[in-house]
Design a protein. Structure first.
Length: 177
């Protein structure tokens, strides 16, 4: 392609094409050319050229939006589908677990505390528990268990004092701090 401005030819002027219009040759099989002509007529286009031009523009827009790139992204789609399935399984397991049960299955959780050096198990455990990451998990589990036990009258709570095992005798007001 050259940098020169294309000049409109005599025949383009005669048929009434604008100066912005360019001539592009396309050499499809006869079968495709006939199919395109039939489709253009069925859809009310004045010419096969206009029909093909609009098809090309639609395809370009679809490609830019990623609609035609599915085959390129197929592996990513499959990977994401597997992640969704894993998360659904994790959610189902969490919903079916006993209250207060702590489940650490995600490798990112454990590997976050590892380095490129060997570490004793006790050292890793100390780092995990000392990090405070488990505080929320343990707090929620303990709190939920206490409320469940209170509903079963196995423990009781008193404002300003806290929690204790429930007494059979309602008159027993033994409070030790």
């Amino acid at each position: 392609m050259s940098d020169e401005e294309p000049q409109q030819t005599e025949w383009e002027t005669e048929v009434g094409l604008s100066e912005e219009t360019a001539y592009v040759a396309l050499y499809p099989s006869r079968k495709h050319a006939e199919e395109w002509m039939e489709e253009a007529e069925e859809q009310g286009y004045g010419s096969r050229s206009k029909y093909i031009y609009e098809l090309i523009q639609e395809a370009r827009a679809a490609r830019q939006e990623g609609f035609l790139a599915y085959s390129q992204n197929e592996s990513k789609v499959e990977e994401l589908q597997l992640q969704v399935e894993q998360l659904q399984d994790d959610l189902e397991n969490a919903q079916n677990s006993e209250p207060g049960e702590i489940d650490i299955e995600h490798e990112e959780f454990v590997t976050a505390f590892l380095t490129d050096r060997y570490q004793e198990f006790e050292s890793i455990l100390k780092e995990v528990t000392g990090s405070g990451v488990l505080t929320g998990i343990v707090k929620d589990a303990v709190e939920e268990q206490l409320f469940d036990l209170a509903e079963e009258n196995k423990v009781e709570y008193k404002q300003g004092y806290g929690w204790r095992l429930a007494h059979d005798d309602a008159d027993a007001e033994v409070v030790e701090a």
